[in-house]
Design a protein around this ligand. Structure first.
Ligand SMILES: [Mg+2]
Length: 199
């Protein structure tokens, strides 16, 4: 891809994102985080090279593979302003729900969603986590299969799938997860040892 083509893809993508962000009614803070995230996926100087034996190639500037999987740290000096790699829980909600909407998972509207199915799909990610562990993979092991070399697999990835589904659900239905977590954590601190259950 030439520099001009790269730049035009880059500009077009920014326009699409800005429209998506407007339609998603994200706050300015979360919109910025989402934009930065997507911009890293659309690095204008994207060029993947091999960094580690047995791992897919990734770009030294943005840290992503051609398929948008982050394997390396972004180059802080070169990737301005897309250097941010941490988000608040609320930002993760907007990010995950925004991506799910971009991918068409909510095209029929939130009202049409089958809530029971959404909840059960969360449990299916727990089952997938269990299957990874049962297959002998370590709980912190992320690995890649040769038939899909860019697709991360393993217990951490299935846990991530679960969390992504939870965050998407919270985003769709307006659940303030930060508030809910703190509400429950505050209550838990008042409970007795092992919450009063016998060992
Ligand atoms: Mg999964």
């Amino acid at each position: 891809m030439t520099d001009t083509q790269n730049e035009s893809t880059w500009t077009k993508r920014q326009g699409e994102l800005q429209r998506a962000i407007r339609e998603h009614s994200l706050t300015a803070r979360n919109a910025k985080a989402m934009l930065e995230y997507y911009l890293r996926l659309n690095c204008p100087e994207h060029q993947t090279t091999s960094h580690r034996d047995g791992h897919p190639k990734w770009c030294g500037r943005c840290g992503y593979t051609d398929q948008g999987v982050q394997l390396g740290a972004p180059d802080a000096e070169q990737s301005e302003p897309s250097t941010r790699t941490t988000f608040t829980v609320s930002e993760y909600i907007d990010l995950c729900h925004g991506i799910a909407r971009d991918k068409g998972f909510w095209d029929k509207g939130v009202e049409a969603a089958n809530i029971g199915e959404k909840l059960m799909l969360m449990t299916s990610e727990i089952a997938e986590t269990f299957e990874e562990w049962r297959a002998g993979h370590g709980v912190t092991e992320t690995y890649y299969n040769s038939d899909k070399p860019d697709k991360p697999e393993g217990v951490p990835i299935e846990i991530a799938d679960l969390v992504i589904r939870v965050l998407d659900f919270c985003g769709a239905f307006g659940i303030d997860l930060e508030e809910a977590i703190m509400t429950k954590v505050r209550y838990n601190t008042t409970r007795p040892h092992m919450h009063g259950k016998l060992a």
